[in-house]
Write a protein that binds this ligand. Structure first.
Ligand code: DQA
Length: 139
């Protein structure tokens, strides 16, 4: 069985409440239930934190064991060299995901500090971005 970890960064605990016009009105827990049901052969672990250091600790803890990591680093995507370095430090492939198409949004969302360290990037497909990343990691 493949072990895949989904990591969500800051403010993503508020999915369903936060800017529903941008991020939709569904909670991540509800989406995760559906994803797990659709992939019974994949062990999908989940972690969310609003703290940069906690995200880095999680990458260190799981990044040598997981078969893949799906990372939505939220706004830290655009600021965190430390997350870039953590992704480079581990062996598990990391797919960067975004719910929204960051390239259609404000200029400050167009640059990612982590893309170059990731195996690939998926953005703009709503919550389905996570499933597309999962497909890529288990292919
Ligand atoms: C996001 C896009 C980021 O720019 C933003 O800061 C987020 C969410 C997305 O999933 O679309 O928090 O990563």
């Amino acid at each position: 069985m493949k072990h895949i970890l989904i990591i969500n960064g800051p403010n993503l605990n508020l999915l369903g409440l936060r800017e529903p016009g941008v991020y939709g009105s569904r909670t991540f827990d509800s989406y995760l239930d559906e994803l797990r049901s659709a992939y019974p052969g994949v062990d999908i672990a989940y972690y969310q934190s609003n703290h940069e250091g906690a995200l880095i600790d999680k990458l260190h803890d799981e990044g040598f064991n997981a078969d893949g990591i799906i990372l939505n680093a939220g706004a830290y995507t655009h600021t965190s060299i430390a997350l870039h370095d953590a992704i480079k430090a581990i062996t598990a492939p990391v797919v960067e995901v975004h719910i929204s198409n960051v390239h259609q949004r404000e200029d400050f969302r167009h640059h990612s500090c982590i893309s170059a360290a990731c195996r690939g990037v998926i953005c703009g497909f709503g919550l389905d971005s996570y499933r597309l990343a999962l497909e890529a990691l288990i292919a």
